[in-house]
Write a protein that binds this ligand. Sequence first.
Ligand code: NAD
Length: 506
Amino acid sequence: MSIVDTNTSGTLPLWIDGKAVAAQSKRTSPITNPATGEVVRQAPMANAADVDAAVQVATRAFEEWRATPPLRRSRILTRFRELLEAHRDEFARLITQEHGKTLADAAGSLQRGIEVVEFASGVPHLVKGEHAEDVGRGIDCHSMLQPLGVCAGITPFNFPVMVPLWMFPVAIACGNTFILKPSEKDPSPSLLMAELAKEAGLPDGVLNVVHGDKEAVDALLNHPGIKGISFVGSTPIARYVYETATRNGKRVQALGGAKNHAVVLPDADIEFAADAVIGAAYGSAGERCMAISAVVAVGATGDQLVETIRAKAAKLPVGPGDQPGIEMGPLVTREHRDKVKGYVDSGVSEGAKLVLDGRAFEGAGRESGFFIGPTLFDQVTPDMKIYQDEIFGPVLVVVRAETLDEAIGLINRNPYGNGTAIFTRSGGAARRFQNEIEVGMVGINVPIPVPMAFFSFGGWKNSLFGDLHVHGMEGVYFYTRTKVVTTRWTEDKPVGSSFVMPTLGR
Ligand code: NAD
């Protein structure tokens, strides 16, 4: 049986050196089931001593792990992938219990994470480097991609399995050891992943899990034994993590928040666009960094589009994510639900037109769960808070624009640049959009353009601090350092000293 017993309300352990260990810190934080409001278990809030214990273990494990041939690492990852698949239902249940999203959505997010493990299993090919013969007379040159050492991942609540899987499979495939600090709101699936990695043959100490909040994060950012930090979360914390850890000489990739726009041109299939937009806006209750939270309705079709979205969204089945037929679950915590409701209040007082009001949600779990129904605003303007802020809930705002130029200008002025989509039948308009838009991930008639694992995932502007995206080859480059070796094996007689800049090509 897993160390995460879904029936107890005890305190979770940390996972250090291939074992469950009690945290030295006695501080804990409750984990709630958002559909019922019940506390299901407690997460320990690790302190600097807990983090240091994990770093010591990961540092020791690194020497042996970096010397393990990539093909062996790859075989462990392949076995790990099989175990993730075999435990699909258990993962989905845990994710739904602690996060609130539906079981089907939870299983889908696991699948997207498994794809990164598949990608990372190709590591012997991914870290091959380059070789050139005769860069000078009798001189060859080759490059090697070598691991950094101990890396850490700090992850958000909204994808408790997928986002950690963006990070540690690639990191350990490349020969690093890893400390994962999952969100304190839904940390249990991380323990299950660590247990399964051990079962797959991962040596003790290569993957460690510490739970916690700012105290644990600060200990990771300031620990001299950690060489690389991957972070995914909100923009203010991403900026803080990036600034603190780079100041401490670490390599950092810090992915932040988003305000993703979908542009609907007048020539689009309105029915298709509305279906795509409501899935992307209200799926996972809008708690996705790639959720569509703003629609830019271009030209005369705006009224028809808003009415089609309203009619479909009003029928969306909302309720506990573990019940059949439900398409949208609750928000993660009571505080977050109240914050999202506050945004709806502010939209009304700022003069936006409230077309569908989710505040008056009626349904199962209404009394104790953290629910809000799908909410739709029309006639929203860029000066309103509901347009400017990332709400991270099921609140969709519609901004009207006259032209494609106006829509592109609006998106490019937005401080976020994670994802965007355009709905059109015009290849020319789509081509212009993909060329001019200042956003990292673009969908053309695709509402949530989350790249596959063999491409990289990452936004622009305030949606990413750092230079390299996660997974794909950018992930491999993040978790490796390049070394270039220039070699001469010659039987010619020695050439003597030279005091000029070497110019091998001559
Ligand atoms: P968050 O920023 O509150 O927390 C993320 C992580 O940082 C957690 O592990 C948390 O424990 C830690 N943390 C929180 N406050 C901290 C502090 N003051 N100092 C140090 N560490 C701290 O984010 P969240 O609410 O868990 O997740 C939602 C956010 O994540 C949204 O903004 C969403 O857009 C973003 N997100 C972005 C992506 C992306 O790919 N760009 C993906 C998923 C989520």
